[in-house]
Design a protein around this ligand. Structure first.
Ligand code: PEP
Ligand code: MG
Length: 888
C-alpha cells in the first residue's frame, strides 16, 4: 500500500506534500503553514484515498493504516514530550475531517481525545489545573458520545443547563472542577443508559472510533445534502487530520478565535473576527457564549464594550496580524483562520479561503488587483458567476415604510420577505408550493442545511457573525440576521415575540441582512446598484469575452433592465407573451374561435396594432442592437378560457354560444400538447397568424425609420422546425410579407430569417435546414425535453430521484447534458456551418444563463447566449471565464 498517512511536522520541509486531493483542504493547508514556518501543532493526515478504501471494504480501516498511524503518533509523542494514554503526561489529540473542497460544519470533529478516568487525573496533576482537566474531559465525552456513539447532544446540554439553573450561574466558565465532576458522572450515566456500555476508556479504541466516525460523516445526511447543492462528487471522500491538542481553555492567558483576513460581508480590508478567552474552538461558533471582537476598530464600529484581542493580548494580536498578511500573500486570497492561544503561545489550527458574499468577492478581487496580488485575468476567474445573482436583485427601498420589530447582527446582506417558518422541513415543504419563507431558529445547525437552502432568508435568535447560520447563509448568498436577542422564540406554540409584537408561523416578515433589521410584513424594494467595483469587474470580463450575451425579453420593462445590465441584443422575444395582455386576449380568443379565414383575419387585424407598437417600443430601447423575434409557438388552447365563469364572459363579449366555445376547446384539446399543434405547425396551418406578426415587425421598422429611430435588424425566428420543407415554406411567407411592406412604404428593410433547433431531427438535418436559415438558435428547453423524452413541465416529480441515484449529475433542464443534448448541438453546429459558413449560432433555452452550459457554448464556438435579463451579468462573467479557461 502506498503512503497514505502524511506527517506535516516533518523536519525536512521539502518532503511535505500539500496536495488537496490527497490531504483534503485542511490537511494540505496545515502542511503548507508548516512549510511557511508558522506555529502548527504536530500531527498527520490520513489521506482521502483511505476514505474510498473504507467504503469499498465494509467500513474497515486497513491494517497498514493502523501501523502507519501508530508510527506517526510516536513522532507526535516525541515532539510534545507527552504520551498517548500515559498516566503521568498524557497526549491528547484532535481528530478532524477535511475534504478537498471546504464543507464548513458538514462533517465531524472530535477534540480532547485520549482522556479517560485516569488520564484526566494525570492531566490535572500535570497542569495543576483541575477545572481545565475536567472541563476538557466533559467536552470530550459530549463530543465523542454525539459523533461516535450517536447520542443526541441535547441530552448533555440539558444536564448542564439544569445544573447551572440550580447553581444560579449563567456561563459555563462559572462552573468549578467539582461541578464538572458531578456532571461527568451524569454524562457517563447517559452513555451507559443509551449504549448499555461504559464510556470507552481505552484510548486506542477512542482513536479508531473517532477516525471511523469522521469517514462515516462523509455520508451523513447533511454532508450529502451539502454536496448535492454544491455539486461536489461523492467519490472524493474526506481526509482525517490527527493533531496534538493545544488548549485555549487552560485559563485566562488562553484563548481561541476565528478570523477572516478581510471582511467577508463587505470585502473591506479589515481584520474581522471573534475570540473567547478561556475557551475551546466550538464555543466561538456554537453561539453559547458571546465572543468578543478581534480589533479595537470593530469594537468601536459595533459599539461593543468587551475587550478586543488587540487590547487583551497585544503581542498575540501583532503576531497574528503578521501571519495574516503572510498567508494572504501566499494564497493570494482572503483567508478564514482558526487559532488558539495556550498559555500565551499562539498556535495556528486552520487556514482556508474564506466564504464570502458576492459583494465581498468582487471587492476583494478588485482590491487584490490594485494591491498587485493577482492579475486582472485572475480577478475575472475568482468570482463565481452564480453568486452575482444576490447582487442583481432588488434591495430594500429606503423610502418604503418599515415597521422594525427587532434587530440583530447583519450576518449576510440582502433583503428577503416571506412567511415565518420554524423548521427546516416546513421551509422545504413551502418551497415545493412555490412559497417564500424566512426560516426562524434559535440557532441553526448543519441539520438545517436543506431548510436554509429552501428559505429566502434566515433569522436566528443566537449566534455571532461567525455562527453556523452566518457562515452558511453567506456561502449560499442568502440574507441572514443572526443573534437577534430581541426575539423570543416559542417553538411549541410556533410563534416568536419581539417586544409586544407576536409573530406567528405563516405571518410575513422582511429581514434586511445588510442592516440586521427584522420588519413586519413585506417591504418594498429598489433596483440594485451595479456601479463601482461591480462595473469594473464586468468591464474586465468583457475584455476577455468572445461570446455575445443577449437577453430573453418581450416587455419594454424587461428589455430596459436587460440593456442596463449590458445585454447586447434580444436573443428571444416570445411573442405569445404579448398576446396575453388584458386588452388583447379577447381578440386573440376571437381569432382562435373564428370559423372562417375571413373572421380570423379580422380578429388578427385587431391584434396587429398592439403587436406593432410593442415592437416599436422594444426596437427603440434596443437602439440598433439585434432583436430575435420568435413567431407564435404555444398551442392555441393555451389562450382559451378554462373556468365556466370565463367561458360565460367571453360568450357574452363575442356573441358566441357557450356550447360553441366549449366544443372549440374540446377540438383543440390534445393528449400531448408539448408535442402537438404548436410552433411552426401553427404557421403551416394558419399562415395568416405568422403573416400578421411579420407585418407588425416590418411596419414597426418602417415607423422607426420614419421617426429616425436607429433601425434594428430583426431576426425572425421560426420555432419547432424539424424539416427543411417547413422553413422553406415559412421563409417564403416572411420574405413575401417583407416585400409588401417595403413596397408600400418605399423603404428597404434588412432582416434575417432563422430557426430554433429544438428537436433532434432538426439537429440531425441541420445541413438541409441551413439552406433556408440565416441563423440557428438552440432552444435547449425543448431540445432537452425531446432528446430525453422527459416532460419539462412534469419532470420535477422524479428528477430528484435521478439526481439522488446519480443517473444525472445535475438537472438537465438547468445545465446542458453535454453527452446527449450537447452532442446534438455539436452535430447541428457542424452540419449547419458546413452548409453555410456565415450561419449565426446562439442559444436561448434556460441554459443560456447557466455558467457551466455557457462554458460548453464557448467550446462549440457559438456566437451568443441569451438568458433572462437578471442573468445577463452572470452570463457575461461566465462567458469571460469560459474563454479564459479554454485559452489558458
Ligand atoms: C426552448 O425550447 O428552449 C425555448 C427557448 O423555447 P420555449 O421555452 O419558449 O419553448
Ligand atoms: Mg421551445
Amino acid at each position: 500500500m502506498k503512503k497514505l498517512v502524511h506527517r506535516f511536522n516533518n523536519q525536512n520541509n521539502k518532503s511535505i506534500i500539500s496536495s488537496k486531493e490527497m490531504l483534503g483542504g485542511k490537511g494540505a493547508n496545515l502542511a503548507q503553514m508548516v512549510k511557511l514556518k508558522l506555529p502548527v501543532p504536530p500531527g498527520f493526515t490520513i489521506s482521502t484515498k483511505v476514505c474510498d478504501y473504507f467504503y469499498k471494504n465494509n467500513k474497515k480501516i486497513p491494517k497498514e493504516i493502523t501501523k502507519q498511524t501508530k508510527k506517526e503518533i510516536a513522532i507526535i509523542e516525541k515532539i510534545t514530550n507527552k504520551k498517548f494514554g500515559n498516566l503521568v503526561n498524557p497526549l491528547l489529540l484532535s481528530v478532524r475531517s477535511g475534504s478537498s473542497v471546504s464543507m464548513p460544519g458538514m462533517m465531524d470533529t472530535i477534540l480532547n481525545l485520549g482522556l479517560n478516568d485516569k488520564t484526566v487525573i494525570a492531566l490535572k496533576k500535570k497542569t495543576l489545573n483541575g477545572r481545565f482537566a475536567k472541563d476538557s474531559y466533559r467536552r470530550f465525552i459530549q463530543m465523542y458520545s454525539n459523533v461516535v456513539l450517536g447520542i443526541d447532544a441535547y441530552l448533555f446540554e440539558e444536564l448542564i443547563e439544569n445544573y447551572k439553573l440550580t447553581k444560579g450561574v449563567i456561563q459555563d466558565t462559572e462552573l468549578e472542577e467539582d461541578d464538572w465532576d458531578g456532571l461527568i458522572l451524569n454524562f457517563k450515566d447517559v452513555v451507559k443508559e443509551k449504549t448499555k456500555k461504559i464510556f470507552p476508556q481505552d484510548v486506542n479504541e477512542q482513536l479508531w472510533g473517532a477516525v471511523s466516525a469522521v469517514f462515516l460523516s462523509w455520508n451523513s445526511k447533511r454532508a450529502k445534502t451539502y454536496r448535492k447543492i454544491n455539486y461536489i462528487p461523492d467519490h472524493w471522500g474526506t481526509a482525517v487530520n490527527v493533531q496534538a491538542m493545544v488548549f485555549g481553555n487552560m485559563g485566562n492567558n488562553c484563548a481561541t478565535g476565528v478570523v477572516f483576513t478581510r471582511n467577508p460581508s463587505t470585502g473591506d480590508k479589515e481584520i474581522f473576527g471573534e475570540y473567547l478567552i478561556n475557551a475551546q474552538g466550538e464555543d466561538v461558533v456554537a453561539g453559547t457564549r458571546t465572543p468578543q471582537n478581534i480589533t479595537k476598530a470593530s469594537n468601536k464600529k459595533s459599539n461593543s464594550k468587551g475587550l478586543s484581542l488587540e487590547e487583551s493580548m497585544p503581542k498575540i494580536f501583532k503576531q497574528l496580524k503578521k501571519i495574516f498578511s503572510q498567508l494572504e500573500n501566499y494564497y493570494k486570497d482572503m483567508q478564514d483562520i482558526e487559532f488558539t492561544v495556550e498559555n500565551d503561545k499562539l498556535w495556528m489550527l486552520q487556514t482556508r479561503s474564506g466564504k464570502r458574499t458576492a459583494k465581498a468577492s468582487i471587492k476583494i478581487a478588485v482590491d487584490m488587483v490594485k494591491e498587485k496580488l493577482i492579475s486582472i485575468k485572475q480577478a475575472v476567474l475568482r468570482v463565481d458567476p452564480n453568486t452575482l445573482d444576490t447582487l442583481l436583485h432588488p434591495t430594500l427601498d429606503e423610502k418604503a415604510e418599515k415597521k422594525i420589530i427587532a434587530s440583530g447582527l447583519p450576518a449576510s446582506p440582502g433583503a428577503a420577505s416571506g412567511k415565518v417558518t420554524f423548521s427546516a422541513e416546513e421551509a422545504e415543504l413551502l418551497k415545493e408550493q412555490m412559497q417564500d419563507t424566512i426560516l426562524v431558529r434559535l440557532e441553526t445547525s448543519p441539520e438545517d442545511i436543506s431548510g436554509m437552502h429552501a428559505a429566502q432568508g434566515i433569522l436566528t435568535a443566537r449566534g455571532g457573525m461567525t455562527s453556523h447560520a452566518a457562515v452558511v447563509a453567506r456561502g449560499m448568498g442568502k440574507p441572514c440576521v443572526s443573534g437577534s436577542n430581541d426575539i423570543k422564540i416559542d417553538y411549541a406554540d410556533k410563534l416568536f415575540r419581539a417586544g409586544n409584537q407576536v409573530v406567528k408561523e405563516g405571518d410575513i416578515i422582511t429581514i434586511d441582512g445588510s442592516a440586521g433589521k427584522v420588519m413586519l410584513g413585506k417591504v418594498a424594494t429598489v433596483k440594485p446598484d451595479i456601479s463601482g467595483d461591480f462595473s469594473k469587474l464586468m468591464k474586465w470580463a468583457n475584455r476577455y469575452r468572445k461570446l455575445k450575451v443577449r437577453a430573453n425579453s418581450e416587455t419594454p420593462a424587461d428589455t430596459k433592465i436587460a440593456r442596463d445590465f449590458g445585454a447586447e441584443g434580444i436573443g428571444l422575444c416570445r411573442t405569445e407573451h404579448m398576446f396575453f395582455d388584458e386588452k388583447r386576449i379577447i381578440s386573440v380568443r376571437q381569432m382562435i374561435l373564428s370559423e372562417t379565414l375571413d373572421d380570423r383575419k379580422k380578429a388578427l387585424s385587431k391584434i396587429l396594432p398592439y403587436q406593432r407598437s410593442d415592437f416599436v417600443e422594444i426596437f427603440k430601447i434596443m437602439n440598433g442592437l439585434p432583436v430575435t423575434v420568435r413567431l407564435l409557438d404555444p398551442p392555441l388552447h393555451e389562450f382559451l378560457p378554462k373556468s365556466e365563469k370565463e367561458i360565460e364572459a367571453i360568450s357574452q363579449e363575442l356573441n358566441i354560444s357557450n356550447q360553441n366555445i366549449k366544443s372549440r376547446i374540446n377540438e383543440l384539446h390534445e393528449q400531448n400538447p408539448m408535442l402537438g399543434h404548436r410552433g411552426c405547425r401553427l404557421g403551416i396551418s394558419f399562415p395568416e397568424i405568422y403573416q400578421m406578426q411579420c407585418q407588425a415587425i416590418f411596419e414597426a421598422l418602417a415607423e422607426c425609420k420614419k421617426n429616425k429611430i436607429k433601425p434594428v435588424i430583426p431576426e425572425i425566428m421560426i420555432p419547432l422546425v424539424s424539416t427543411a420543407a417547413e422553413i422553406e415554406i415559412l421563409r417564403k411567407l416572411v420574405d413575401k410579407t417583407a416585400q409588401e411592406i417595403q413596397n408600400n412604404n418605399s423603404i428597404k428593410i434588412k432582416y434575417y430569417v432563422g430557426t430554433m433547433i429544438e428537436l433532434p431531427r432538426a439537429a440531425l438535418r441541420a445541413k438541409d435546414i441551413a439552406k433556408f436559415a440565416d441563423f440557428f438558435s438552440f432552444g435547449t428547453n425543448d431540445l432537452t425535453q425531446t432528446t430525453f423524452g422527459i416532460s419539462r413541465d412534469d419532470s420535477g416529480k422524479f428528477l430528484n430521484d435521478y439526481v439522488d441515484n446519480k443517473i444525472f449529475n445535475k438537472d438537465p433542464f438547468v445545465s446542458i447534458d453535454e453527452r446527449g443534448v450537447g452532442e446534438l448541438i455539436k452535430i447541428a453546429a457542424e452540419r449547419g456551418r458546413m452548409e453555410k459558413k456565415s450561419l449565426k449560432l446562439g442559444i436561448c433555452g434556460e441554459h443560456g444563463g447557466d455558467p457551466s452550459s455557457i462554458e460548453f457554448c464557448e467550446k462549440q464556438k457559438l456566437n451568443y447566449v441569451s438568458c433572462s435579463p437578471y442573468r445577463v451579468p452572470i452570463a457575461c462573467l461566465a462567458a469571460a471565464q469560459a474563454y479564459l479557461k479554454k485559452n489558458n
